[in-house]
Design a protein around this ligand. Structure first.
Ligand SMILES: Nc1ncnc2c1ncn2[C@@H]1O[C@H](COP(=O)(O)OS(=O)(=O)O)[C@@H](OP(=O)(O)O)[C@H]1O
Ligand SMILES: Nc1ncnc2c1ncn2[C@@H]1O[C@H](COP(=O)(O)OP(=O)(O)O)[C@@H](O)[C@H]1O
Length: 183
């Protein structure tokens, strides 16, 4: 039987919790014996999409390239975890269409909460005008309309967010019985 994988696509503002939740999900999946690869916006921008900026055209190109790699891995039985702001709905829907086995996870926290967290100090810089086109400040974020999972990270614990993602993934695995484990 040909095994297919699945792409778990985490989208949301900077500081919403994409990396935190996706790392915890990655750990759980590895414990359970799944083949997992992680494509995190921050890391991917140092290699696969090095040189791209934050204009709409560059963000779309970033997402297309990430989507392309995710597509290749997904059709070869890997669970791909993508963690990228991916602020534009149309390009998220485009990669969803290409990948097929795709779960969109909206990591949702109000801008004020993300800004208060300011994990990397970037909101402060954006407010000071030192960074231009910062998502949520002077650049758009288009929330998903019908995501498979929504994690409200200002209202639920990390464990609850992780559980929601795992539960939805298990639904897919049981319906399709097609996500492969490491032999
Ligand atoms: N202008 C601007 N807007 C948003 N984010 C910025 C910007 N400049 C740098 N950064 C840092 O880059 C990370 C986002 O990269 P992504 O590849 O996820 O962005 S995108 O999906 O192409 O929109 C993002 O990482 P996260 O905080 O983990 O989301 C920021 O650390
Ligand atoms: N329920 C939660 N889920 C995820 N992160 C949370 C949650 N509650 C608080 N946080 C905190 O929010 C911050 C999110 O940062 P990060 O995961 O780097 O965001 P992103 O990858 O979206 O930029 C971390 O400091 C994390 O500890």
């Amino acid at each position: 039987m040909k095994h297919q994988g699945m792409t778990l696509w985490f989208t949301g503002l900077s500081g919403a919790g994409k990396t935190t939740i996706s790392k915890a999900v990655e750990e759980k999946l590895r414990e359970q014996g799944y083949k997992v690869e992680v494509l995190d916006g921050d890391v991917v921008r140092e290699n696969l999409t090095k040189g791209l900026g934050f204009s709409k055209a560059d963000r779309d190109e970033n997402i297309r390239r990430i989507g392309f790699v995710a597509q290749l891995l997904t059709r070869n039985g890997v669970i791909v975890i993508v963690s990228a702001i991916s602020p534009y709905r149309a390009i998220r829907d485009e990669v969803r269409g290409k990948i097929g086995n795709f779960m969109e996870i909206f990591v949702n926290a109000p801008l004020a909460v993300c800004e208060e967290r300011d994990v990397k100090g970037l909101y402060k810089k954006a407010r000071a005008g030192e960074i231009k086109s910062f998502t949520g400040i002077d650049d758009p974020y288009e929330p998903p309309i019908n995501p498979e999972v929504e994690c409200r990270t200002n209202q639920e614990t990390l464990a609850e967010s992780v559980e929601k993602v795992m539960a939805k993934l298990n639904e897919y695995v049981h319906v399709n019985n097609s996500v492969s484990k490491v032999a």
